[in-house]
Design a protein around this ligand. Structure first.
Ligand SMILES: NC(=O)c1ccc[n+]([C@@H]2O[C@H](COP(=O)([O-])OP(=O)(O)OC[C@H]3O[C@@H](n4cnc5c(N)ncnc54)[C@H](O)[C@@H]3O)[C@@H](O)[C@H]2O)c1
Length: 288
C-alpha cells in the first residue's frame, strides 16, 4: 500500500457511491483525503467515516463544472496538506435520452459535469501532481466509454471523451518525463445512487421507478466497495485502464471481437452477425 500510505488524494463526487467508497478505501490504506461534492449531506457522512478511521480529511462543497472555483480549490488543498499526489475525477451523472428527444440543455449538462468536470480537475491539479514527484490522475469513464448504446447519447459522448482525454494525457506525461501515472476507469453496473440521480428526457416512454428497479436488479452487480478496491489495485500497478465488473469485461471483449458490428450482436441487424444473433434468439425462445 506504499502507493497510498502517506499520500494526499483528492476525490470528487465523494458524497455517494463509488466516490464515497474510494475515499474510505484510500483512508483505510493510509492516505489523507480532500473530499468534495455538491451533495453536502452525503459528503458529511463520508467525512464522518473517514474521521472514524482516523484519516486526515479536508471537506469542501465543490461543483466540478465551476472552473475558477476548482483552480482555487487545488491551491487550497495543496496549501492545506503541503502536497497533492492523486486526483480521482469521479463526480458524474447521466440523462437518459435519444438525440431526437434530448434538449441541448440536458446534453450540455452531462458534458459539463462528466467531461469538463474531469478536464477542470485534471488541469487544476496537474501542476501539484507533477511537483509531488509521485502523482496519479484517475478518471472515471464508464463501460459506455468502451461501447456505445442508444438512449444515452450525451453520457456516451462524455465518457468516450474522458477515455480519449485520459489516454492522451498518459502519453503526454510519459513523453514529458513527468512522474505522473494516469489511469482511465470503465465501470460496468455499480450499486449506487446513479440511477436515482438520472434524468429522463420527455417522450422516452420510460418510467423512472421501473428504470431504477431494472438498474438495481439487472444492471448494478458490483458493490461500490468492490469497485473501489478494483480501481485502487489498478492504480497501485499504474495500469493504463481498468474494467470494473464482469459486465464491463464482457462488453470490452465483444467490442474487440465484433469490432464495428457489436451493435448487431446486441440488437440484431442487417449484417451477418445480426442475422446470427436474431436466429440464435429465435432458437432460444423456442427452447424455453
Ligand atoms: N453506478 C454505475 O453503474 C456507474 C457505471 C459506470 C460509470 N459510473 C461513473 O462512476 C462515477 C460515480 O458515479 P456513482 O455510480 O457513484 O453515482 P452516484 O450518483 O452515487 O455518485 C455521483 C456523485 O457525483 C456527485 N455530482 C454530480 N454532479 C456533480 C457536480 N457538478 N459537482 C460535484 N459533484 C457532482 C453527486 O452529487 C454524487 O454524490 C460517475 O462518473 C459515473 O458516471 C457509474
Amino acid at each position: 500500500m506504499h502507493k497510498f500510505a502517506g499520500k494526499v488524494a483528492v476525490v470528487t463526487g465523494a458524497g455517494s457511491g463509488i466516490g464515497q467508497a474510494l475515499a474510505i478505501e484510500l483512508g483505510r490504506a493510509g492516505a489523507s483525503l480532500a473530499i468534495s461534492d455538491v451533495n453536502t449531506d452525503g459528503l458529511a457522512q463520508t467525512e464522518e467515516q473517514l474521521k472514524a478511521i482516523g484519516a486526515p480529511v479536508k471537506t469542501d462543497r465543490l461543483d466540478v463544472t465551476e472552473r475558477e472555483a476548482f483552480q482555487a480549490y487545488a491551491d487550497e488543498v495543496n496549501d492545506h496538506f503541503g502536497k497533492v499526489n492523486q486526483i480521482y475525477n469521479n463526480a458524474g451523472l447521466t440523462h437518459i435520452g435519444t438525440l431526437e428527444l434530448s434538449d441541448f440543455k440536458d446534453i450540455e449538462r452531462v458534458i459539463d459535469v462528466d467531461f469538463w468536470g474531469v478536464v477542470n480537475g485534471t488541469k487544476a491539479f496537474l501542476p501539484h501532481l507533477i511537483a509531488s514527484g509521485d502523482g496519479h490522475v484517475v478518471n472515471i469513464s464508464s463501460v459506455l466509454g468502451v461501447m456505445a448504446l442508444p438512449g444515452q447519447v450525451a453520457y456516451v459522448s462524455a465518457k468516450f471523451a474522458v477515455r480519449g482525454f485520459t489516454e492522451a494525457l498518459r502519453q503526454e506525461m510519459a513523453a514529458a518525463g513527468h512522474r505522473v501515472g494516469v489511469t482511465v476507469v470503465h465501470p460496468g453496473g455499480v450499486k449506487t445512487s446513479f440511477g436515482t440521480n438520472a434524468g429522463v428526457a420527455e417522450g422516452m416512454g420510460i418510467d423512472h421507478d421501473e428504470m431504477l428497479e431494472n438498474f438495481d436488479q439487472q444492471v448494478a452487480k458490483t458493490t461500490p466497495q468492490q469497485a473501489a478496491q478494483t480501481i485502487l489495485a489498478a492504480v497501485g500497478k499504474n495500469k493504463a485502464r481498468v474494467l470494473v465488473g464482469a459486465d464491463a469485461k464482457s462488453a470490452d471483449l465483444l467490442v474487440r471481437a465484433a469490432s464495428n458490428s457489436y451493435h448487431e450482436v446486441l440488437f440484431g441487424g442487417p449484417g451477418v452477425l445480426g442475422r446470427v444473433t436474431t436466429f440464435g434468439r429465435r432458437m432460444l425462445a423456442r427452447m424455453r
